[in-house]
Design a binder for this molecule. Structure first.
Ligand SMILES: [Zn+2]
Length: 98
């Protein structure tokens, strides 16, 4: 699922340290980056990070604290459907579900 969700934070020096929370966005490739908490970011002002709490991979920055709205949205999306890229399915068929 980390293929479809990108975690990022402002680069050092762009905003105050307390503002450098980790947001997430669907990897879209647009020139504007819109986070799940519906804020717009300049892609040149942010750096990719690991998922909050995860160990950063090479090339990823160490994540600061997570943006709570983003974190909640991702958590609810991943709890209702393994695929974050798709909206939660509501087909009402309970088979296979616990
Ligand atoms: Zn956010």
């Amino acid at each position: 699922m980390s293929d479809t969700v990108q975690w990022f934070q402002y680069k050092r020096g762009i905003v105050g340290e307390s503002q450098r929370v980790v947001h997430c966005a669907r990897a879209a490739g647009d020139e504007r980056l819109v986070s799940w908490c519906r804020r717009e970011f300049d892609p040149t002002a942010v750096e990719p990070t690991a998922e909050p709490g995860a160990t950063p991979a090479p090339g990823e920055a160490t994540p600061h604290g997570p943006c709570i709205p983003c974190l909640l949205l991702v958590t609810s999306a991943t709890e209702t459907n393994d695929s974050v890229a798709a909206p939660p399915a509501r087909d009402g068929l309970p088979h296979g579900v616990r």
